[in-house]
Design a binder for this molecule. Structure first.
Ligand code: ADP
Ligand code: MG
Length: 258
């Protein structure tokens, strides 16, 4: 699709998700535009990770509609009926979405470059030499050109997280999901990861970022939603919501994290 396409990159309509009897998402409505940095903030347990996981097929929604780039996530619609997608179709949708978790989840027995090469070689069948070259470019892009042959254990947390970002980028995603990517890092390592994310945003990547880094949300974010107990309590431009929260729950949360 072209840059002028105004189909939202993500659209959620009354999305519900339960685990057993516990309803975790209670009707989420939101839209993420192409090229935007969309921040999600809210207290622990409010359903932020679950929402990201639904976008990336790690969880299935129970009701509502969830679209990525105009396509229903996990379902085909014919007439009024929905049919679950086949595994191949699910895999095709997932390939276009990169995800970075709080824990870096690198393969410990593989070097940085091998971690980045893994999916392009295994999933896309890219020849190894080509994948290696591309991995080196991506590592360069996240400031780790000189660490290609290091193992995760030889890298700092911030460096590992940057490898994880490079690894996600290796599949040329149209959407990147970040689930508290800096929460597990020592404070002095947070900045280098946020800098990489900022550069990615400047390159026009569409990103959904769950974060407690309000400085990042304010400076880099285009939109922000505050979630609590499975609902979007309020949304708007990050500066607006962060400086001028309208709801008591948002005010209470922000007074704790700012
Ligand atoms: P957040 O990321 O905002 O902290 P989560 O989406 O991780 O919130 O969790 C929301 C709620 O859903 C929590 O109460 C959590 O315990 C529950 N939950 C998340 N995943 C599961 C699961 N696989 N099974 C049961 N409950 C879950
Ligand atoms: Mg979470």
């Amino acid at each position: 699709m072209s840059d002028t396409d105004d189909t939202p990159m993500v659209k959620a309509e009354r999305v519900h998700k339960s685990f057993g009897a516990v309803e975790v998402l209670k009707g989420i409505d939101l839209q993420v535009r192409r090229g935007e940095v969309f921040c999600v903030v809210g207290p622990s347990g409010s359903g932020k990770s679950t929402f990201l996981r639904c976008i990336n097929h790690l969880e299935k929604i129970n009701a509502g509609r969830l679209y990525v780039d105009g396509e229903l996530v996990g379902y085909r619609q014919r007439g009024n009926k929905l049919y679950e997608m086949r595994e191949r179709e699910v895999a095709a949708q997932r390939r276009d979405i990169g995800m970075v978790f709080q824990r870096f989840n690198l393969f410990p027995h593989m070097t940085a470059a091998e971690n980045v090469m893994e999916a392009p070689v295994q999933v896309k069948g890219l020849p190894k030499a080509e994948a290696r070259e591309r991995a080196e470019e991506l590592l360069e892009r996240v400031g780790l050109g000189d660490r290609a042959d290091h193992y995760p254990a030889q890298l700092s947390g911030g460096q590992q997280q940057r490898v994880a970002i490079a690894r996600a980028l290796a599949m040329d995603p149209k959407l990147m999901l970040f689930d508290e990517p800096t929460s597990a890092l020592d404070p002095e390592l947070v900045g280098e990861v946020l800098d990489v994310m900022r550069a990615l945003a400047e390159d026009g990547m569409t990103m959904i970022v769950v974060t407690h880094e309000m400085g990042f949300a304010r400076e880099v974010g285009d939109s922000l939603v505050f979630m609590d107990e499975g609902v979007v309590v309020e949304s708007g431009h990050p500066r607006e919501v962060l400086t001028n929260p309208r709801h008591e729950r948002t005010k209470a949360f922000l007074s704790k994290v700012l």
